[in-house]
Structures are given as structure tokens and as C-alpha cells.
Design a protein around this ligand. Structure first.
Ligand SMILES: Nc1ncnc2c1ncn2[C@@H]1O[C@H](COP(=O)(O)OP(=O)(O)OP(=O)(O)O)[C@@H](O)[C@H]1O
Ligand SMILES: [Mg+2]
Length: 250
């Protein structure tokens, strides 16, 4: 079982900053350590499942079924998880192709809390890929509140700076603990002035480099594979340190 009770990591950040890629790579890193990981994909505007792996059979289960079930039970959750052929340690729970925010009845915060509490019993670790649109995603907002750790991901562009400037005030209540967020600058290219953006974000703890092979994996739906080539080393090293900081030593 995980050490120190740290189990649930929420990955949140500005639109297009690399939340989904980072969440997948973190889940894969834990799975490579033979931990059971549940990757929760919150985006209900661009459902993530059809964009990250090639399913042999059409996916006909959804997190929407779970959040709107009369009772959220382990059985309902497990029935709606997608198992992942390539890696038996990873399960996925997200919206399926074609769904949108109107596909299901509205759910309230208590449902999202119930789901996250139960996930702690189902998996060794839970990695949550949040939606940037917090005002539209109750599950993402709850994930920020109840996580054991939050990775806050930004990128080197003014849109990212603008996003945090407008959204962080929405998280000013102490329950969100924004001071504890682990700030990450993602997708950083060699010629980009990382320092300027680090300052704009009030300092960052980690920098995840831009790696072309990752972008290619994203396009070919192979992000759950290891990253090929030398450039992957620097990326993987940062990832391992983040996992260690978030979940502690075994
Ligand atoms: N370290 C990286 N190196 C190269 N490309 C990356 C890296 N991280 C992310 N990308 C690319 O950046 C783009 C955005 O990444 P991703 O989809 O993970 O962002 P996101 O924050 O989840 O976006 P959204 O807000 O739409 O959910 C993708 O094209 C992805 O391939
Ligand atoms: Mg995403």
C-alpha cells in the first residue's frame, strides 16, 4: 500500500499546458513501479478517452454513469472503468466519445466527493486530469479540494499567465490550499525564456521540457508507451522527482 497515505494527485493548469500528457506520464511511472493506478479524466467538453489510446472495441462506459448513479458503489465504478491492454496496472475512468455536459443529469458536489473517497479504496494511486474550466466541472473543483497533492501546470505563454490571474482568485478559500500547489512549467523549449515565466508564476518547482517525441506520441495515441530517444531522459528524471515529492519514498 502507498506510504504516508498520499494517494491522490490532482493535475490542474491552464488550457493546453500539458495536463493530460503529464497525468498520463505520471500514471505510467507509477504503473511501471507495479502500483495500481486509476487515471480519472474529468474533461466533459472534449472527452479525453478517445484521444489518448486506441481501443480495440468501442468504449461504452463513462464517468458520467458513475456520477449520476443512484448510489455510487465500487461495483458501479469498476463497471465504468476502462482496462488498459498494454498495461494491466492502469485503469481509466472518463467521458466517452460523443458525450458532452448535457449527456447526463446534473450532479452535485457530494457525488464527486463520494467518487473520490471510493477511488482511494479501489486503487493504490489516483491521478486526476482536471478540466481547466473549473466553473464547468464540479469533479475538477472537488479534486482540487480533496487531493493529497496538486500539480499546477503552466506554460510559457501569456495565455497561461492570464488564465491563472483570472482563476486563482476563485480558489482563495483556505480549503483549496493553493500555497501547497507544486508549480510546474511544462512544454518548455530551449529558446524559451523560462525564467521570465517562472517569475510570472511566482516561482516554479519543476520544469518539464518540450520533447518532440512526446508530441508525436500524443498524435499517434501512444502516450502510454515509454518515450523513445535521448531527449526523454531529462523529462523522465523530472517526472521521477515529482512522483517522489508527491507520494513520498516507498
Ligand atoms: N513535454 C511535452 N513535450 C512536447 N509536447 C508536449 C509536452 N506536453 C504536452 N505537449 C503537447 O502539448 C499539447 C497540449 O498537451 P495536453 O493535451 O496534455 O494539454 P492539456 O493541458 O491537457 O490541454 P487541455 O486544456 O486541452 O485539456 C499537445 O499537443 C501535447 O502533445
Ligand atoms: Mg487535457
Amino acid at each position: 500500500m502507498p506510504n504516508k497515505g498520499k494517494q491522490l494527485l490532482t493535475v490542474w493548469g491552464s488550457p493546453g499546458s500539458g495536463k493530460t500528457v503529464s497525468a498520463i506520464k505520471l500514471a505510467k511511472e507509477l504503473a511501471d513501479q507495479k502500483k495500481n493506478v486509476l487515471l480519472l479524466l474529468c474533461d466533459d467538453i472534449c472527452p479525453t478517452l478517445p484521444t489518448i489510446f486506441k481501443s480495440k472495441t468501442p468504449i461504452d462506459v463513462s464517468i458520467g454513469e458513475v456520477l449520476t448513479a443512484p448510489n455510487i458503489t465500487q461495483e458501479v465504478i469498476l463497471r465504468n472503468c476502462v482496462s488498459f491492454d498494454k498495461n494491466p496496472y492502469i485503469s481509466l475512468l472518463g467521458y466517452k466519445a460523443g458525450e458532452n455536459p448535457f449527456s447526463y443529469a446534473e450532479y452535485k458536489k457530494d457525488r464527486a466527493v463520494d467518487l473520490l473517497v471510493l477511488l482511494r479504496h479501489i486503487a493504490d494511486y489516483v491521478v486526476i486530469d482536471c478540466s481547466s474550466m473549473l466553473t464547468e466541472s464540479i469533479i475538477s473543483t472537488v479534486a482540487l479540494e480533496v487531493a493529497d497533492g496538486v500539480l499546477r501546470i503552466g506554460s510559457c505563454d501569456l495565455k497561461s499567465v492570464s488564465y491563472f490571474r483570472s482563476v486563482l482568485p476563485l480558489l482563495s478559500e483556505p480549503k483549496f490550499n493553493v500555497d501547497k500547489h507544486i508549480k510546474v512549467l511544462s512544454n518548455v523549449r530551449p529558446l524559451q525564456d523560462g525564467e521570465e515565466y517562472k517569475n510570472a508564476f511566482g516561482g516554479v518547482s519543476y520544469t518539464l521540457p518540450y520533447v518532440q517525441a512526446i508530441d508525436e506520441q500524443n498524435s499517434s495515441l501512444t502516450l502510454f508507451d515509454s518515450i523513445p530517444g535521448k531527449a526523454a531522459k531529462a523529462y523522465d528524471m523530472v517526472l521521477k522527482v515529482i512522483v517522489k515529492e508527491v507520494f513520498g519514498d516507498e
